[in-house]
Design a protein around this ligand. Sequence first.
Ligand code: SF4
Ligand code: SF4
Length: 138
Amino acid sequence: MKPDYSATLKKLRKLNTKKLDSLFHELHDQAFEHIDCLECANCCKSLGPRLSDIDIKRLATHLKIKESDFITEYLRIDEDKDYVFKSMPCPFLMDDNYCIVYKSRPKACREYTHTNQKNIKSILSTCVKNIPTCPVVE
Ligand code: SF4
Ligand code: SF4
């Protein structure tokens, strides 16, 4: 059975925005002191980012190929009409869990786990969805 976070979410939603942000940012920093993404890579193995036009341009430039070829080779359009990788694990994730396009990775990859961004209150449901994937959010 899935854990029920509704009571916790209700409490968190009652906190003021600044207080909630500072609580999350502190917990985010503490979690990353103990968790090594290179030992995990769950997000790169299972979630997959949405890619914007800017992400596609940056990655195609990085790989020195045309944007149209990048799209054909790596991307599909999902049910929300967004570009996502054709398959997961991500094609740029190596066996040692390094990302070979790290410097040019999509914005969504840079922002994941989202737990250090501003206005956490607006993305609390997303954070809950990430709990099964990411030990930092958990
Ligand atoms: S799922 Fe979380 S802990 Fe694992 S690699 Fe991604 S961000 Fe790091
Ligand atoms: S582009 Fe890099 S950071 Fe993003 S999902 Fe792929 S391997 Fe992970």
